[in-house]
Design a protein around this ligand. Sequence first.
Ligand SMILES: [Zn+2]
Length: 161
Amino acid sequence: MNADRTAWEERSVARVVSPVRPRKLAKVPFVEMADGRLQGVVSSGSDIERVYVSSIAAGTLTYNCSTNNNRPCGGLYGDPCKHLRSLVDEAVLQYGLERVAGYLKAEVPENGSLIYSIQGGVERSQGAAVFSRFLRHLAYLELPAASGPLPELHWFPSGVS
Ligand SMILES: [Zn+2]
């Protein structure tokens, strides 16, 4: 799938995924609960070509953030960085607070925010696996785009309020 990978690199994340849920997906184009983690891909606020791979481990609530090239996120000192915050925000929008907190085994106080329960500290891990899942996800989205209209996308909600 080298052709797909090259094609992706020549486009912005936002343009590839914008038909589905423009505003949110531009910021957090990919979020999933898999392999015992809440993990996803978060766009850089300043550079549309750069993305971060953020993840939070269920149970331990340790977290990590790095660029897609496995460079440590410069904003991750001790507390979750803004990418992790965006990841949590989007996961809650997409799956609902109860489901995300339940998956992570995080205790969320009443009227509290999930992000404040993410207190496990930084645990460096490889983001490459998450990023390659994201690329496969994009390749799937791009398949119908190559052959005309996107009937499948009508199944997606146009937004979550
Ligand atoms: Zn970060």
